[in-house]
Design a protein around this ligand. Sequence first.
Ligand code: PSV
Ligand code: MN
Length: 388
Amino acid sequence: MTDLAAVKRALTAQRIETPSWAYANSGTRFKVFAQPGVPRNPEEKIADAATVHQFTGVAPVVALHIPWDKVDDYAALGSYARDLGVEIGAINTNVFQDDDYKLGSVTNPDAGIRRKATDHLLEAIDIMGQTGSRDLKLWFSDGINYPGQDDLRDRQDRLAAALREAYDRLTGNQRMLLEYKLFEPAFYATDVPDWGTSYAHCLELGERATVCIDTGHHAPSTNIEFIVAFLLRQKKLGAFDFNSRFYADDDLMVGAADPFQLFRIMYEIVRGGALDPAYGIAFMLDQCHNIERKIPAIIRSVMNVQEATAKALLVDREALTRAQQAGDVLEANAVFMDAYNTDVRPLLAEVRTDAGLDPDPMAAYRRSGHDEKIIAERVGGTQAGWGA
Ligand code: PSV
Ligand code: MN
């Protein structure tokens, strides 16, 4: 039997981190469609994150991307965020948008460019000190397009050296999250293509280094929940970048393309005792809203994660274990699917009402007139955008 009060407590305590860049204009390599009301600076992105938190109650952290969110005074940005009721979360580094990085950043054959890229990682750690952020999030676009273009193994050595330098700079509760991605922008070989590569580097670095799973960064049909279970067992899972994909790294709303996969992932989180924020996993979104309104898309994404989590919490673990141990394949699968097929929306509505929130965040946002307000207010200036 599932303890409903415990399920509600877990859902109330859940924390989801939203990405500053998801509030900005974004697009594909073919076109960025500008939207009215889009933030013009990091403060307005943080204000949008605070709005999402206001309607959902479970998104009190916003991740920054440097230099997209570059400001003169990060401590002031941190207190601005806190005044709005949110904290600054992971500091994401960007060593993929400078001409120098054409042949790579920390794995570039040129030592001067490697130095520049590594210095950016160190700069991000300094920023973490000022914002009070715990997590340094690293994703490298590094890789090669043609066989023979560079030495695969030397590139691993260069990567390890840069990671070591950054790792040794971490203090206090600071951690390093190493994200992997199968391909893109490099097409033939990527220097951190998969969880195994990330895991091996993290293992070599030490306990502050853990893997970040971006759900969009795998080959089709990859069993992501297996990776979750494996890394949790090794205490090497540090974060998610949630989003969904149909084809490649689509960055669509999490839970939109494959809600069943999200449920399976969240089940492994619950099974591994890793849902509690005290466990230390950062449940981040990494999405782009190219054609839909951004704030409600992020509210919807947060709700999708909540729904998958609620279903995962409803799995009758005792009945599941009994069926598994009896080798009752169909019963075990039925127990699992019963939870997935439960309509958890009334339960989540109750959780929200208990927390003093509107039970329907999408409708509440629509009614609030906030979208119209930011469209009217945010005129003039330069809209923030992916890559700017
Ligand atoms: C790369 O595709 C990635 O997932 C990394 O997390 C980047 O920092 C982010 O997207 C930028 O949008
Ligand atoms: Mn990502």
